[in-house]
Design a protein around this ligand. Structure first.
Ligand code: IPE
Ligand code: IPE
Ligand code: MG
Length: 241
């Protein structure tokens, strides 16, 4: 494996609404086009050797959108999972999901559970669907688990918290891409993204394709990740001050 290829890429898929508005259509039209972009991105990840792709599909804050849009989105997620599961499974993709179950409808929960169970042993890449996901909600849920597990304050450390995140088995994201130009994190992978490289592209999500992913990966390759340390080449051995 090429060490310059990120193992885990997260995408804040933004701009569906703007894409639709430019065409004089409702947001749901953009969300449909957004699903096609997910398929392209997943294929491109496989082609370029990215093992884990996390997609931000619906945030815990997105419930505050117009009811009709939320309903259309939920219908689209349900329909997409039903339609795509066979192909994903054949391609050997493991589907996992991150988020809060309790606010989702029973049929949505069933779809998610089914997709995860069917693809659980697949080894050809991981698609982490962040649906009803919020980074703060995830931390709150982890704290609840810590308390539920009866941990003493002195036993609470980063490893204990990481182990109680929604997907502790996944590596932290190396690269987080946000489409549609907004320079904010919007509650995505707050804990895991502590040292992720960030890339913002003006491309609206429905237009995002393999070329866009390739240039994001090339950009990532050119960066030096420091994790707070002083790179060897910058260390001056002698001299005062
Ligand atoms: C992102 O596209 C998709 C979701 C948040 C579900 P938006 O719908 O946020 O698109 P803009 O920001 O309105 O263009
Ligand atoms: C972030 O996009 C959430 C998803 C992509 C699911 P938003 O469009 O909801 O973010 P804000 O409101 O612009 O911060
Ligand atoms: Mg948006």
């Amino acid at each position: 494996m090429d060490s310059h290829v990120p193992r885990h890429v997260g995408i804040i898929m933004d701009g569906n609404g703007r894409w639709a508005r430019r065409r004089g259509r409702p947001a749901s039209f953009g969300h449909r086009a957004g699903v096609r972009a997910i398929k392209r991105a997943l294929q491109a990840c496989e082609d370029f050797g990215v093992h884990v792709l996390s997609i931000y599909a619906f945030s815990t804050e997105n419930w505050s959108r117009p009811r009709a849009e939320v309903r259309a989105l939920m219908r689209l997620f349900h329909e997409t999972m039903q339609r795509e599961i066979d192909e994903m499974h054949q391609r050997g993709v493991r589907i996992v999901w991150s988020g809060r179950m309790e606010d989702l409808s029973p049929r949505m929960r069933d779809r998610i559970e089914e997709a995860m169970a069917r693809t659980a042993n697949n080894k050809n890449g991981v698609l982490n669907v962040c649906l009803n996901y919020g980074g703060r909600a995830e931390i709150v849920d982890a704290v609840r688990k810590l308390i539920g597990d009866g941990l003493a304050a002195s036993d609470v450390d980063e490893a204990a918290i990481s182990a109680r995140m929604y997907r502790p088995e996944l590596p932290d994201p190396d690269l987080i891409i946000r489409t549609a130009g907004e320079r904010r994190v919007s509650n995505f992978l707050l804990w895991q993204g502590a040292y992720a490289e960030m890339l913002v592209t003006e491309t609206l999500w429905p237009d995002f394709d393999a070329e866009d992913l390739k240039s994001a990966l090339d950009d990532y390759t050119s960066r030096v990740r420091r994790f707070g340390a002083r790179p060897e080449a910058e260390i001056v051995i002698s001299g005062s001050n």
